[in-house]
Design a protein around this ligand. Structure first.
Ligand SMILES: [Zn+2]
Length: 64
C-alpha cells in the first residue's frame, strides 16, 4: 500500500509556512498551536500523521 502525500497544501509533520518540523502525538484535531519556527498560528487538521494548516486569522473588523 503506497502512502500518498496530500496535495492540498496542508503541512505534514511541519509548518506549511516555514517547514519547521513539528512532531508529537499529543495534539488534538482542531487545536491551534504556535509554530516554533515562524510563530505562525497553525491549526491541527489531521492526526496520524500530524497535519497542520495555517489557522484562519481573526478578523478584527466585525463589520458592525
Ligand atoms: Zn512556521
Amino acid at each position: 500500500m503506497e502512502l500518498q502525500k496530500p496535495t492540498d497544501g496542508a503541512g505534514v509533520n511541519g509548518c506549511p509556512t516555514c517547514a519547521f518540523e513539528i512532531l508529537g502525538d499529543h495534539y488534538l484535531e482542531g487545536e491551534v498551536i504556535t509554530c516554533g519556527g515562524c510563530s505562525a498560528e497553525l491549526e491541527v487538521v489531521g492526526l496520524g500523521p500530524l497535519r497542520l494548516a495555517e489557522a484562519p486569522e481573526v478578523e478584527e473588523d466585525w463589520g458592525e
